[in-house]
Design a protein around this ligand. Structure first.
Ligand SMILES: [Zn+2]
Length: 342
């Protein structure tokens, strides 16, 4: 008799908050079509490594394929993905499926106890057409966890599909990588982002097609830091020693805030350089160009374009250096002083 798989699945499956059908996933048309056709013709490999930035839909795609694999409607009668309304499809969408095991890091690591759950899951009798194991942030598996998984992937049971999600192929062990078909995801286009989000234009332009990054930009602290970056550059244009003010010093007290401030100053400088080099100088033309991120700060961008191009370029290069110094845990105060003085 089959043991109740759903209890195990519930214990380890994360929250799935949105419809997860292939059709509902925005963008990635070529990937969706290619994988669905492979499934239709019985050529779907058993292990995938889905790589790309956070927040572009890698996990959603894995879930959508899981639906497609367990759907009760024959694959030849479907257009793309699962039907979305049969029992198995709905249970995947509700994260209550006996066919799905989702593993995610706990405290930033995936330990052997978690990959051992894959063995436990596979030892139970299959009651679905296929079984899907999704390992989110697979690059956070510790070596013993990765080895346990590797042993399973060496001889995957029939009708079992593994989706490993990571930022890039180089982030997982070569032994794991060599067993997987690598699928590369890139950021969504501005138009694709706009179909799902009504966020401010600048945030949509700055997030490089990632919903996680977009969410970060909407954090009130981030918005305040961005405004401060703008105000500060204004001040600095008329007083080159503005970085000595208490307000500035307060702003760079903590490293995370300092890094975020660096990023916004960098983005404003980048906009000024693009406006100066590529575009004509009318405010309207600048705002219209989708390469310009801070279109809402056009007055400041125009003021910055009054600086010599060589100075803007030097500042922009130094911002990269400053970011590197902050990532390397150098003293924030000193690093910033060096930046403004140079
Ligand atoms: Zn279905």
């Amino acid at each position: 008799m089959a043991q109740p798989l759903s209890s195990l699945a519930n214990k380890v499956t994360g929250k799935i908050t949105e419809p997860c059908g292939l059709k509902q996933i925005i963008g990635h048309h070529e990937i969706k079509e290619r994988l669905f056709q492979a499934q239709k013709h019985g050529r779907l490999p058993s292990t995938f490594l889905l790589v790309g930035p956070d927040g572009v839909g890698r996990k959603k795609l894995a879930l959508a394929l899981a639906q497609s694999l367990v759907c009760e409607v024959p694959v030849s009668q479907r257009e793309l993905g699962g039907c979305g309304s049969c029992g198995p499809c709905l249970r995947i969408a509700k994260a209550q499926s006996e066919a799905l095991l989702l593993i995610a890091p706990e405290k930033n690591t995936i330990k052997i106890e978690q990959t051992s759950r894959v063995l436990e899951f596979l030892s139970l009798q299959a009651i679905s057409k296929a079984r899907v194991i999704i390992i989110d942030s697979a690059h956070l598996m510790n070596p013993t966890a990765a080895n346990t998984l590797l042993k399973i992937l060496e001889e995957p049971p029939a009708d079992c599909y593994f989706f490993l999600i990571a930022p890039g192929p180089q982030h997982v062990l070569p032994t794991l990588r060599s067993r997987a078909q690598v699928v590369r995801f890139s950021g969504l286009s501005l138009e694709e982002m706009k179909t799902k989000s009504t966020a401010a234009e600048w945030a949509l332009r700055a997030c490089q097609g990632s919903f996680s990054r977009l969410a970060g930009f909407q954090d009130p602290d981030e918005l305040e830091t961005r405004d401060f970056a703008g105000r500060f550059l204004e001040m600095w244009l008329s007083d080159r020693r503005a970085f000595m003010t208490p307000e500035w010093k307060n702003m760079i007290k903590d490293r995370v805030g300092a890094l975020s401030l660096t990023r916004y100053v960098g983005l404003l400088l980048r906009d000024a350089i693009i406006s100066k080099v590529v575009l004509a100088s009318s405010a309207k033309e600048i705002q219209k160009n989708s390469q310009i991120i801070n279109a809402d700060k056009i007055d400041l961008i125009l003021k910055l374009t009054s600086l010599e191009l060589s100075l803007l370029q030097k500042m922009s290069q130094n911002i990269f250096r400053l970011e590197g110094a902050l990532h390397a845990n150098r003293d924030t105060q000193l690093s910033f002083e060096e930046f403004w003085l140079s």
